[in-house]
Design a protein around this ligand. Structure first.
Ligand code: PEP
Ligand code: MG
Length: 879
């Protein structure tokens, strides 16, 4: 088996583009080398080795050692240096690289190959002893942390002490002799902590680092990241071993990161940061504040330190040419790492750049306009879930703001919340339903769960490509980074800024689009759905086959849904109309009545209210289809649950408190979700459905443009249930038509939310004109998992891979999906033109929507804010 793929020089093992095998980084290093870009030579150990490593109880497969030795020989051949050679030593970097990028989640070791002898060789060959010893110092520190797992604070403290002892302020003030002493100190620390001397054998160093990269795949933070991003655990990571190039060889050297377009706005302008005389990690770690790449960006920010364009014009021009080559080659915006070593440019990485939803839209629409991609490709480029970011509010520009300070606009969107200073508190308070802003000096991968829980992130340090910024953009959380005037005291849990002091729990607002940080909550505005969003949606609508409807039961929700492009209502849950203060009393009277007569008195009070509800919704939907579901939940949901409510409710309903308690007792069920609900209510109390049907028909007849109501019976399991309920509806229709002297068209159909209904769909379709898959209940009843209690254990199921994703969020295509397919096939057999849709939560989930397209459903129905997501996902599914 080929475990190792080489690149660089004139050797190419043809790994370009094979991300599954070589990981994203390896596939593109090979890709860049293959199109002649300057890439330091190296090799990639495949992701299959990682998978095998874990399958074999953490042992490397046979034959790997030989192939790795071969890879090292390749690097030696191209560079003319030798691994472990004291005279002319080769140094390598060892980096992880999964199929999809997991920024900051996994480990890297730089400067590998240094030991007590080769450090002298490096000093001689570079002519720079300070540089050589500083590299050794960095290597020991990194290796001790990443490979040996020693506490990094001890090393940081030793560095601080070394500076203090000598009266220095900056790391760069340390001279060669100081660093020699520091290296000795570091080696003592390693031996003390690890019990063995720092490894001098370069091959031992190499295998240690390879093992550490594999181990980082199973680190807690990597697992959390995978869970949040639905990345399977068995993908594994590749390992990239590459000749080191140095950005820290003086003032003609530099290192940087760049995007070929602005990842925040999508603007077609080079965007990035660099640092003179630094190593790559210095930029990403956010410790030194980097400088701008272009003159224009520097001037726009009013910054002084020279941009790369001004300080290194030749290397910059070469870099700009590489940007264009890469965009044309990969036909997408690229995120790039580079190093300039003594004036010579080297490319260390390229990948499709993470971007905000806004930038994703703009880049897709622009690239289609530039002719770089087609409109269909543009539609496929935007992650439907990312649209969520755009559909949320921004700050009201006219509202007063109490601005505390300004940082960098690292991830757009606005958020208000209580200040918290650590990730665990963020998570805890979020679980309690509070909105929080996570405030940190800088974030690290350990903070990821807190960043996820927070509504926004604010950091005192770090640039636009710092960890906080990259992760926040990926998650769609607003973020302000590098707000340098914040003084954060983590122990006292206070924040000082502009002479003011804020405590944990105080509310602030951040605007990730401007960088502003404000005291208190600032009101927000709804987003505008025009521009690039509108353009892409037009392209998406042209590409999709399925219709998109909304789940809505108020005129306001219906209007929002229409504004977002809904083509009708797929589910109007009528019970939501019963909880209104004006109606709940009548509903309770109906429930508490002794007989049908009593119930009818109460229902007569409800009728005009329901009629108004339906008329208002029909009006908003102006002739579009509206599916109205008759009463579904068990009746006890409408009765009070707390002792202190009983007296008041009893009085309002005109019954004694004992009667009320007794009735509540009678209605009590052990398993209400499998109890007296859905059409079972209609079977027992047909007068309820009769009133609802009457309200629908009276409302429909009252409008100039008559809608075509689709009346939907819930929780049907048998043909006979639907038949009985259809009789009730038809009778109500005829009565209303006779009274009004006019007729309208309507359909009666059913939800498919029980396995029996799916299996008997051919019979049920003899009565029902349409099916709507209620996949919330269908999931609950098929899996035998209570949708209301699943939260307690389902995350463990997902962690253990029993279900790849929460089946209440993303359809269990294998299991529940089969029932949907059976029902669709059987339904069509009886009634070829049967209308099929889905109205469970899955109707707004892109993966589930893809399944609906494959199954040939006519429409999906999603909550109003998910309608644009569903439109785009339906288009992608059709392409
Ligand atoms: C369903 O069960 O999927 C459904 C849409 O109905 P509800 O969520 O109201 O039970
Ligand atoms: Mg249901």
């Amino acid at each position: 088996t080929q475990y190792v793929y080489r690149f660089g020089g004139n050797v190419d093992d043809k790994g370009a583009g094979n991300k599954n095998l070589l990981g994203g980084k390896g596939a593109n290093l090979d890709g860049m080398a293959a199109i002649g870009l300057p890439v330091p030579p190296g090799f990639t150990i495949t992701t299959e080795v990682c998978t095998a490593y874990y399958a074999n109880g953490e042992a490397f497969p046979d034959g790997l050692a030989e192939q790795v030795a071969n890879g090292i020989a390749h690097i030696e051949g191209v560079t003319g240096k030798s691994f472990g050679d004291p005279a002319n030593p080769l140094l390598v970097s060892v980096r992880s690289g999964a199929r999809v990028s997991m920024p900051g989640m996994m480990d890297t070791v730089l400067n590998l190959g240094l030991n007590d002898k080769t450090v002298e060789g490096l000093a001689a060959s570079s002519g720079d002893a300070r540089f050589a010893w500083d590299s050794y110092r960095r290597f020991i520190q990194m290796y001790a942390d990443v490979v040996l797992g020693l506490d990094h604070h001890a090393f940081e403290d030793a560095l601080e002490i070394a500076k203090e002892d000598r009266g220095y302020f900056l790391d760069t003030e340390l001279e060669a002799n100081d660093l020699i002493e520091l290296v000795a100190e570091y080696k003592k620390l390693v031996e003390g902590e690890w019990g063995k001397p720092f490894p001098q054998d370069v091959n031992e160093q190499l295998w240690g680092a390879v093992g550490a990269v594999f181990a980082s795949w199973e680190s807690d933070r990597a697992k959390v990241y995978r869970r949040l991003n639905s990345i399977p655990g068995d993908w594994g990571t590749a390992v990239n071993v590459q000749a080191m190039v140095f950005g820290n060889m003086g003032d003609t050297s530099a290192t940087g990161v760049a995007f070929t377009r602005d990842p925040a706005t999508g603007e077609n302008a080079y965007y990035g940061e660099y640092l003179i005389n630094a190593q790559g990690e210095d930029v990403v770690a956010g410790i030194r504040t980097p400088q701008y790449l272009t003159k224009a960006a520097r001037e726009a920010a009013g910054a002084k330190p020279l941009s790369m364009e001004e300080a290194m014009p030749e290397a910059y021009a070469e870099l700009a040419a590489v940007f264009d080559t890469l965009e044309r080659h990969y036909r997408d915006m690229q995120d790039i790492e580079f190093t300039v070593e003594r004036g010579k440019l080297w490319m260390l990485q390229t990948r499709s750049g993470k971007r905000t939803a806004k930038a994703a839209l703009k880049i897709a629409v622009d690239m289609a306009a530039e002719g770089l991609i087609t409109k269909e490709e543009a539609v496929l480029r935007v992650d439907p879930m990312a649209l969520d970011q755009l559909l949320h509010p921004t700050l009201d520009p006219d509202a007063p703001r109490d601005v505390l300070t300004k940082g960098l606009p690292a991830s757009p969107g606005a958020a208000s919340g209580q200040i918290v200073f650590d990730a665990d508190t963020a998570e805890r308070r979020n679980d309690m339903g509070e909105s929080v802003i996570l405030v940190r000096v800088e974030t690290s991968p350990e903070d990821i769960h807190g960043m996820h829980a927070a509504k926004g992130i604010l950091t005192a340090r770090g640039g636009m490509t710092s960890h906080a910024a990259v992760v926040a953009r990926g998650m769609g959380r607003p973020c302000v980074s590098g707000a340098g005037s914040l003084a954060i005291d983590n122990t006292a849990k206070v924040l000082r800024v502009s002479g003011r002091e804020l405590k944990e729990g105080d509310v602030i607002t951040i605007d990730g689009s401007t960088g502003e940080v404000m005291a208190g909550a600032v009101p927000t505005l709804q987003p505008e759905l025009v521009g690039d969003f509108g353009t892409l949606m037009v392209w998406a609508d042209a590409a999709r086959r399925m219709k998109v409807r909304a789940n809505a039961e108020t005129p306001l929700d219906a209007q929002t849904a229409r504004d977002f492009g809904a083509e009708g209502i797929g589910l109007c849950r009528t019970e939501h109309m019963f909880f209104d203060a004006a109606r709940i009393t009548a509903v309770r009277q109906m429930i508490l009545a002794d007989d049908e007569k009593g119930r009818r008195v109460a229902l007569d009070r409800l009728l005009p209210e329901q009629r108004k509800d339906f008329a208002a919704i029909f009006e908003v939907m102006a002739g579009l289809p509206v599916t109205i579901r008759l009463l579904d939940p068990p009746l006890h949901e409408f009765l009070p649950h707390r002792e202190e409510e009983f007296a008041e409710v009893a009085e309002a309903a005109g019954v004694g408190i004992e009667t009320l308690k007794q009735r509540a007792n009678e209605l009590h069920e052990f398993n209400p979700m499998l109890g007296h609900r859905g059409c079972r209510l209609g079977v027992t109390y047909p007068e309820i459905y009769e009133m609802q049907a009457r309200a629908i028909f009276e409302a429909a007849c009252s409008l100039a443009v008559a809608p075509v109501p689709e009346i939907m019976i819930p929780l049907v399991g048998t043909r006979r249930e639907l038949e009985l309920m259809k009789e009730v509806v038809d009778k109500a229709a005829e009565a209303v038509f006779a009274e009004q002297g006019k007729r309208i068209d309507y359909l009666v159909g059913t939800m498919i939310e029980l396995p029996r209904a799916a299996l008997m769909a051919d019979e049920i379709a003899e009565v029902g004109a349409f099916f709507s898959f209620g996949t919330n209940d269908l999931t609950q009843t098929t899996l035998g998992v209570s949708r209301d209690d699943a939260a307690r254990f389902l995350t463990h199921y997902v962690d253990k891979g029993i279900y790849a994703r929460d089946p209440f969020v993303s359809l269990d295509v294998e299991g529940v999906g089969q029932l949907i397919e059976i029902a669709a096939t059987k339904g069509r057999k009886t009634r070829p033109d049967i209308k099929l849709g889905i109205c469970g939560e899955h109707g707004g989930d892109p993966a589930s929507i893809e399944f609906c397209e494959k199954t040939g459903l006519d429409y999906v129905s999603a909550s109003p804010y998910r309608v644009p997501i569903a439109r785009l996902a339906a288009a992608q599914a059709a392409l």
